[in-house]
Design a protein around this ligand. Structure first.
Ligand code: SAH
Ligand code: MG
Length: 198
């Protein structure tokens, strides 16, 4: 398993796949363990790195993960099979904003880690699939150090993404339904809990 994880890290590095930082996945895995999380929904599988690590925390953890890029989806499927997790991890090949979640599962943890400009949309769409007491974790709120810093922004495209993440952060801070804590872990994480279900 350890070697397999390292192979995925190597692949991600070579192919420029933005997998989660070590520190952040460690944080999430601890949360899963401490809170007995069973059902996880992930938006943005890439090659399955974070899905596989989350699913590896305990025997009864199940992950549904959504990916819209065909090459990454195929690579993710391959990796899930390779580590024998095809019973625990369901990979959905679709744009998350178009997905129709038909199963009646409620998720203890929803992990948002897809297109950074659409975070608010993901949050608004998937919050209805949270189990009581469930949480939404979002990755990359610092966006490689660009958000909330004076680091020089080189392109309009990048500027647009940074602005959208800033807007998302504000959306979380002002949200009356959810209480959000921000963590300076890895590339910046948030943990949002529904207020009435604590
Ligand atoms: N969670 C992964 C990394 C995901 S990278 C890990 O840490 O290992 C973000 C992924 O989200 C990319 O592969 C991208 O193709 C996918 N993505 C972006 N927008 C999406 C959308 N709207 N629906 C589904 N997947 C999306
Ligand atoms: Mg990420």
């Amino acid at each position: 398993m350890k070697q397999f994880i390292e192979e995925m890290e190597e692949y991600a590095k070579n192919k420029n796949v933005p997998i989660i930082e070590k520190e952040s996945i460690t944080f999430i895995m601890k949360y899963i363990k401490l809170n007995n999380v069973k059902n996880i929904l992930e938006i943005g599988s890439a090659i399955g790195y974070s899905a596989i690590l989350m699913a590896s925390v305990a025997e009864d953890v199940k992950v549904t993960t959504i990916e819209r890029d065909e090459t990454r989806y195929m690579e993710c499927l391959k990796n899930v099979k390779k580590c024998g997790m095809d019973k625990k991890i369901t990979v959905v090949y679709q744009d998350a904003l178009e997905v129709n979640l038909t199963d009646k599962i409620e998720y203890d943890l929803i992990f948002i880690d897809a297109a950074k400009g659409q975070y608010t949309k993901f949050f608004e769409k998937f919050k209805y699939f949270l189990a009581p007491g469930g949480i939404i974790i979002t990755d990359n709120l610092k966006f490689h150090g660009y958000v909330g810093s004076k680091k020089k922004i080189e392109s309009k495209n990048l500027e647009g993404i940074v602005k959208k993440i800033e807007k998302y952060i504000l959306f979380l801070k002002e949200n009356e339904e959810f209480e959000t804590k921000f963590y300076d872990v890895g590339d910046g994480l948030s943990v949002s809990v529904k207020k009435d279900s604590r």
